[in-house]
Design a protein around this ligand. Structure first.
Ligand code: C2E
Ligand code: MG
Ligand code: MG
Length: 745
């Protein structure tokens, strides 16, 4: 027998890589395969059928083209859309229509089984036309049985493969449609980032929530979706994510919106690394690192939280701050008073005979009276004072910036005066008067709790002793000093046992948003009470005469950190250290300070000393000399909380000052009060005029930032950029900043 297969056929077989068992007549499992023979030469048709039956197939014969088509159609109908023939052997020269025509009509009618043309025609055109019309193979007469059988098996195997492939493809398409539906129907924005942070996929929710089209973000860096002021933080988390492959990172970010009035919405973004198998990575670089992110819109929750936060800090009846908020304000005021050697007064106010009035007027009207009381007392206050409703008919009042008991008495008097006009509710009038218990800082206590307690004790002592009006706290009224002594001894131990830690808060340039410096802020890691803010212990440290030891500890720790950053190759930022006036006044302060820097090999230019203004009223000559020496060594000098105290232009010119730090209170007044605007504008223009570096503290909102930017402030520090961070977190940020600046340069 001769092999009549063309070289192409041989190659095809190789490509199909048919295994020996696949070349066996298949269909053992699904029943024998059925073959239709369309052939007008009945002798030849019969011998083919014989051959096929021998080989295990079922075979039928049609002698004309139309008969063949009928057979295909009939059986197809009877077998409910299942093709009844698995294969057709087709002669080309038929008495009625040509084999080509039969193939064409069969295809038109949707019959998909493979067709092998068996023809005596040796014209190549005949073969090509047949193959074009969809025949799978061509076998020339006279046939070699083995070759015919081989062609049949090959065609069946291939059509089998195609069918399987088709149904797999359908399954994949269905599953993909399902997944896409699930992803697009998700209430969250779902996205994938490549290793460089570029968006490679984002679902349709992007449009619903932010009004952006997929095409606006795919292929671009994810930070372009992030609102400007959150960008650095977002990049920082992304790089932290790259360092710790498996961990999930979660952060709250504002994403830019095209459809929203403020131009952004709040999202909680979760980011996780996913390792895609090599072949599935579809980014240009063909790399495996991908990040899967889900962004959940939290704008509504934020609004609810803001309301809840307001409610948690305010009294529902009067709208005044409640006890919690009062305590916070007091704690802040204490820090300032302590630094500036100022006095503070806490007044516990109580309405006289209010129970009686309550009974007379009934609850609803008594409530209305309390509201009016709140309003009247508030009229007597100055900016910076805080009035809170404590409970029932009791109020708490905080007066900062007082110089003597007389200042407090004036306020009490003003309140009494306001109360002289009778209150009116529903046409009835009521005469009210108020009693006050007063505790002063530092005389009567140096913590918020002690002052509130002592004001309360003073009120009740006044009541008990029958004196109306007001009474100041006196130590005989109770309270031992045992507790304070115990705290002071704890403090000594804490310094010895290294219980303090430094946090670092970045100061960022307004022009390029890059870190210029960091401020070192101390925390006490108390073994029982956890991490304590400086306001809770600095006054005691000072009282126990330990402030210099603590400042020294801080300076040493900053030196160690700088040394370590330099060793690790991190470009060190300028570090600001807060130095208490009492420490600076010590005779050998400058020598010790410079010696410490030298001990660790720290360039003094990397260090900035933060001092407060009231330092200059004490002993200007001494201060001047010390600052000159510090500056001569290269140490930078900053004035902290600028604008809150003795702000004199003369010292700014006389002393070697590099930086002014605008106090938080001015920053927080932005947008609130026209007068403060002028103060802050004046400070900025003074600083610019004297060529000083200007840092705004406590920047919390975009409005504040925008204002400062327009006015020409140099740097900002505040929660908007970052809260104070533990050293390790600061380190990651610094490393990332260095990388970013290398990339962008
Ligand atoms: P400061 O030097 O004026 O430091 C800034 C204070 O403002 C820090 O409070 C900081 O956490 C807080 N702050 C920064 N940005 C914002 C903001 O956007 N919003 C709000 N609400 N606060 C913001 P912290 O860490 O509690 O320190 C309080 C004060 O304690 C410091 O005021 C400083 O006077 C003193 N202090 C901190 N560390 C040291 C230290 O190592 N030595 C000395 N002597 N005093 C220190
Ligand atoms: Mg400071
Ligand atoms: Mg400050």
């Amino acid at each position: 027998m001769t092999d009549s297969r063309s070289p192409e056929q041989v190659e095809d077989n190789e490509r199909l890589k048919l295994q020996p068992d696949e070349l066996q007549p298949d269909g053992q499992a699904a029943g024998p395969k059925r073959v239709l023979i369309v052939e007008d030469d009945s002798g030849f048709a019969a011998s083919m059928r014989y051959l096929l039956v021998q080989a295990g197939y079922l075979a039928e014969i049609a002698q004309t083209g139309h008969a063949g088509l009928e057979k295909l159609a009939e059986t197809q109908k009877s077998l409910s859309a299942q093709p009844a023939f698995d294969l057709v052997l087709m002669d080309i020269k038929l008495p009625d229509i040509s084999g080509h025509e039969v193939i064409r009509i069969a295809r038109e009618r949707g019959f998909v089984m493979p067709v092998i043309v068996v023809s005596g025609d040796s014209e190549i055109d005949v073969a090509i036309l047949a193959l074009r019309l969809g025949a799978m193979d061509f076998v020339r007469k006279p046939i070699e049985p083995e070759i015919l059988l081989y062609a049949i098996r090959r065609a069946l195997a291939q059509s089998n493969l195609e069918r399987e492939h088709q149904s797999a493809q359908q399954r994949i398409n269905r599953s993909e449609r399902l997944h896409r539906f699930l992803v697009d129907a998700s209430p969250d924005i779902i996205f994938i980032l490549d290793q460089n942070g570029r968006v490679s996929y984002v679902n349709e929710r992007l449009h619903g929530l932010l009004g952006l089209d997929e095409s606006a973000v795919v292929g671009r860096h994810f930070s372009r979706m992030v609102h400007g002021h959150d960008r650095e933080r977002a990049r920082y988390v992304f790089s932290a994510q790259k360092l710790s492959e498996t961990a999930l990172h979660s952060l709250e970010l504002r994403l830019k919106s095209h459809s929203d009035a403020p131009g952004f919405r709040y999202f909680e973004v979760n980011l996780a690394a996913i390792g895609l198998p090599e072949g599935e990575a579809d980014n240009d670089a063909g790399t495996r690192d991908h990040y899967y992110g889900v962004a959940r819109d939290t704008t509504a929750r934020r609004e609810v939280e803001a309301l809840a936060n307001y409610q948690a800090n305010h009294d529902a009846l009067t709208g005044l701050p409640n006890r919690n908020l009062f305590r916070d304000h007091l704690a802040l005021a204490l820090i300032r008073a302590h630094r500036n050697n100022e006095q503070i007064a806490v007044l516990h106010l109580n309405l006289d005979r209010f129970k009686h009035i309550n009974d007379m007027f009934g609850h609803a009207q008594a409530d209305e009276l309390l509201r009016q009381v709140g309003e009247r007392i508030q009229r007597c206050l100055r900016g910076g004072d805080t009035l809170a409703r404590f409970v029932g008919d009791e109020f708490l009042l905080l007066n900062s910036f007082i110089w003597s008991e007389q200042d407090v008495l004036q306020i009490v008097e003003r309140i009494n005066h306001e109360f002289k006009t009778p209150f009116k509710v529903s046409g009835k009038s009521a005469h009210l008067s108020v009693s006050a218990g007063i505790a002063l800082y530092p005389e009567h206590g140096d913590t918020a709790d002690a002052l509130i307690r002592h004001a309360n004790i003073a009120l009740y002592h006044g009541r008990l002793s029958g004196s109306k009006g007001h009474s100041f706290f006196m130590s005989e009224m109770g309270e031992s000093t045992d507790k304070r002594l115990q705290l002071q001894s704890e403090l000594r131990q804490a310094i010895d046992q290294n219980e303090f830690v430094l946090f670092y808060q970045p100061q960022v340039g307004l022009q390029d948003r890059l870190i210029r410096g960091v401020e070192a802020l101390i925390r006490w890691n108390h073994p029982q009470r956890g991490l304590l803010p400086p306001g809770d212990f600095l006054p005691l440290v000072e009282e126990a005469n330990l402030i210099s030891s603590l400042d020294e500890w801080v300076t040493r720790d900053v030196c160690k950190t700088l040394q370590e950053w330099i060793r690790q190759g991190i470009a060190p930022p300028r570090v600001a250290i807060n130095i208490s006036p009492r420490h600076l006044e010590e005779a050998d302060f400058v020598e010790k300070f410079i010696a410490l820097l030298a001990e660790y090999g720290i360039d003094p230019k990397l260090v900035e000393v933060e001092l407060t203004e009231n330092l200059f009223i004490r002993d200007p000559n001494m201060v001047s000399l010390k600052l000159q020496t510090l500056a001569a060594h290269g140490v930078m000098i900053a004035i902290d909380d600028f604008g809150t105290q003795y702000s004199s232009l003369s010292y700014l010119q006389k002393f070697p000052i590099h930086t002014l730090k605008i106090d938080k209170s001015f920053v927080w007044e932005i947008d609130r009060e026209y007068r403060q605007h002028t103060i802050i504008k004046a400070i900025i223009s003074i600083a610019n005029g004297l060529d000083l570096n200007l840092v705004a503290e406590g920047v919390e909102t975009d409005e504040q930032l925008r204002f400062l930017e327009i006015q020409g402030c140099d740097e900002i520090q505040g929660y908007l950029i970052s809260k104070p961070l533990a050293r390790e977190a600061m380190e990651i940020w610094l490393r990332q900043t260095a990388k970013d600046s290398i990339q962008s340069s």
